[in-house]
Design a binder for this molecule. Sequence first.
Ligand code: HEC
Length: 131
Amino acid sequence: MKAQKKKRAAFAVRSFFSGLLFVCAFADVNALAQQQQPQFTPQAEDPDSYPDAPGRDDAFYACAGCHAFRLVANQGLSRERWDETISLMSERHGMPKLEGKDREIILNYLAKTYPPKTDQNRGFQNPFLKQ
Ligand code: HEC
């Protein structure tokens, strides 16, 4: 009789603690989930955020309609690769074809401002000096 009581008490204690553990774990996960909510502050992009050079506004308005211009600015490509990228945007993503002078101006801007990344400008970059 006594032994059975002890067992029952032990079981009760164990269930209590595992229940507590469960609640704590759950609360923790919840707290974490709340902490990890992205602090999203929408920022309107405008051409002034990017290095000033001839063709900047044309490039910005041609490319920023479908995705952030940041996506473009994050690349570092050779002139040929930029040229291919422009074609790709038209062929695959339905960008109005860029031809003649417009294409030249935009291509010049992209190739000059976003050339392939060298070892020199890889690694830490001071965000205050960048733009
Ligand atoms: C008609 C819509 C549209 C326009 C205009 C547009 N793009 Fe894109 N672009 C896309 C889509 C769709 C993707 C693929 C989805 C994504 O990565 O957001 C993409 C992706 C990219 C990528 C990323 C490719 C990769 O490998 O990750 C680059 C670079 C890019 N575009 C450059 C440009 C440039 C430069 C211009 C302007 C000359 C431009 N885009 C204009 C639709 C467009």
